[in-house]
Design a protein. Structure first.
Length: 172
């Protein structure tokens, strides 16, 4: 299945699957800062307000198996820095879908004129994501002790990461 996955810009017909995958990660409570689930209306609004949303699609059955959101990390003098979040359906993890999503995101960020892609809150125990980011050239900025509240109420360290975007910026 690995070679039958493509990443493309999301379409309105993808929103139901995107919302389900997003909510699955929120429910797990070990990666995203969000605690509230998306429904059809809030999901549409949330994904439409992003600068870009990419989806990983299984070409064998045209199903969405993962997604990412890309948006500015800040404004004004820091508006050249973007941020992203990734989600892969739990039954499709381990198939390198996340890698395809991150690579596409880095490319789209460069095309949009961002100079830096920064992750503010990678949970320290998310070893698979951290290894992927480091393999793709991301640098860890440090550690924020107990910066993430897990679903069970305990706290875990977070590790901010950044990488230069692939293309020259148009944002100055």
């Amino acid at each position: 299945m690995r070679n039958k996955i493509i990443v493309r810009e999301y379409r309105p017909e993808d929103l139901k699957s995107m919302t389900a995958i997003w909510n699955e990660v929120v429910e797990e409570g070990v990666a995203f800062p969000q605690e509230d689930f998306l429904d059809e209306v809030s999901g549409r609004a949330f994904f439409e307000e992003q600068s870009y949303c990419g989806v990983a699609v299984n070409l064998e059955n045209d199903t969405v198996v993962g997604l990412y959101i890309l948006h500015p990390n800040n404004i004004g003098r820091c508006g050249h820095i973007c941020n992203a979040s990734y989600a892969v359906a739990s039954d499709k993890r381990g198939l390198h879908i996340g890698e395809k999503l991150v690579k596409d995101c880095m490319e789209q960020a460069g095309k949009m004129g961002f100079r830096i892609l920064q992750f503010n809150a990678v949970v320290a125990s998310n070893i698979h994501a951290r290894h992927l980011y480091e393999r793709l050239g991301f640098k860890q900025l440090g550690t924020i002790p107990k910066g993430f509240r897990l679903k069970d109420g305990t706290y875990e360290d977070i590790c901010p990461y950044y990488v230069s975007c692939q293309q020259e910026s148009k944002r100055g």
